[in-house]
Write a protein of this length. Structure first.
Length: 416
């Protein structure tokens, strides 16, 4: 992706200054050093508080306090404008992370030993989104998700169907479910982003290197016509399933699938806690979205929680020490167990039965990054994709993506 300078990034954010910076808690105190852990996961507040308390209890001169911010990207950008970078930051590993990383404001963890225990395939995700300079790694992956297909094991067992290994097998299974009076897929396209997981999962198998293809697209060396086979497959399965798909939002999708209204739910593992909240006893499994050839099948994964800090941290050693504590195996496993995520450290794996179908792909580094994480914010992919899923017009979707992408790329080049 294109490089954004720190000066250009901060200048672009100056307009947010009126929002006001958040009160930080870093700095020296009479009892030692106080560090702010700036994090965005509301469902993990209690767990992170416990980890902070345990760390503080065994540390003589450092105290870490959690600062939860739901919209932490906006809040972080404001803090950067005001030169008030939190000591330790957690952030979702998506386009926002890459955009900020490219501005050169994040620390380079490649010069530490903190990446040594991270699985290689997982460790490649964040730098593929963006970095302050070639060779830098500006974040640590605490946990990852897997995006593919969640399935109802009981429905599959009733039909005597095994998780498909090829795309043709998937279509054959879907047709068998339909013939048996069961919707093969459950969709909730009322929320405009809910087609993105399907897009990312299919393109993750189709593109040999997702991030590389989008970099070439930014340079004008490719067009979205290349992704026509991906869009054809999306059309194929989006036409199957529940008839009220345009009236159902994401929450309704979770609830409907929990109620056994379909055999397959095309989403990431992040949806599993919500599904279980509606039906704790549901018998769930997962499988990677199958490619035409099983040898090409990969699981699409994103860094659910990335840890980072400023490029020139005031309390570098203290912050790194706390990050080492967060990245200890027992803490990573505790987080992943509670949040139904995949651990990122070598030799670790999930024990959640619903995730076992994807575990082998992580173990063998058969991982692709999300396509939608590579879209600049100025390209409103979700809106365009929602329209495509309504009218199924591949030609119009390709034309819109190419036109809008080129406009944004031109603006990015002019302000770089």
């Amino acid at each position: 992706m294109a490089t954004t300078t720190r000066r250009g990034f901060l200048a672009g954010m100056a307009g947010l200054g009126t929002l006001g910076a958040l009160a930080g808690c870093g700095g020296s105190t009479s009892g030692g050093t106080s560090l702010e852990y700036f994090q965005f996961k509301s469902e993990a507040i209690d767990l992170f508080n416990s980890i902070c308390e345990e760390y503080n209890a065994q540390s003589n001169n450092v105290r870490v306090r959690q600062n939860f911010q739901a919209d932490n990207v906006t809040a972080l950008r404001v803090r950067l404008v005001k030169n008030s970078m939190p000591d330790i930051v957690s952030i979702n590993g998506d386009y926002n992370f890459g955009s900020i990383a490219r501005s050169g404001v994040f620390y380079d963890f490649a010069k530490t030993d903190l990446l040594d225990k991270v699985q290689e395939g997982v460790g490649a995700i964040l730098p593929s989104l963006g970095a302050g300079a070639d060779g830098e790694v500006n974040g640590l992956p605490l946990s990852t998700n897997g995006s593919g297909m969640i399935y109802n094991k009981d429905i599959f067992d009733d039909f005597g169907i095994q998780p498909p290994k090829t795309w043709d097998d998937l279509i054959a299974a879907a047709e068998e479910f339909t013939a048996g009076g069961v919707d093969p897929f459950y969709w909730g396209f009322r929320d405009n982003w809910t087609g993105a997981p399907m897009f990312s999962s299919i393109s993750g198998n189709f593109l040999p290197d997702v991030a590389e293809w989008y970099q070439k697209r930014l340079e004008g060396d490719t067009t979205f016509e290349d992704l026509r086979p991906v869009l054809e497959k999306m059309n194929q399965i989006a036409k199957m399933g529940n008839r009220n798909k345009y009236e159902v939002d994401y929450n309704g999708g979770n609830q409907g699938f929990a109620q056994g209204k379909a055999a397959i739910y095309v989403h990431g593992t992040y949806a599993i806690p919500a599904i279980r909240s509606y039906n704790p006893d549901i018998n769930l499994g997962t499988f990677a979205t199958p490619a035409d050839d099983p040898a090409d099948t990969r699981v699409v994964s994103g860094v659910d929680v990335a840890l980072t800090m400023g490029v020139e941290p005031e309390h570098e050693e203290e912050a790194l020490d706390f990050m080492r504590y967060l990245m200890k195996e027992e803490n990573v496993l505790a987080y992943c167990k509670e949040q139904v995520a995949f651990p990122t450290l070598k030799g670790t794996e999930t024990d959640d039965p619903a995730l076992q179908g994807l575990q082998e792909y992580f173990a063998n580094d058969l991982i692709a990054t999300y396509s939608d994480h590579n879209f600049p914010q100025g390209v409103n992919l979700n809106n365009y994709m929602q329209q495509f899923l309504i009218d199924h017009d591949i030609d119009a979707f390709i034309k819109t993506l190419d036109t809008q992408w080129d406009k944004v790329a031109k603006r990015m080049a002019a302000t770089a």
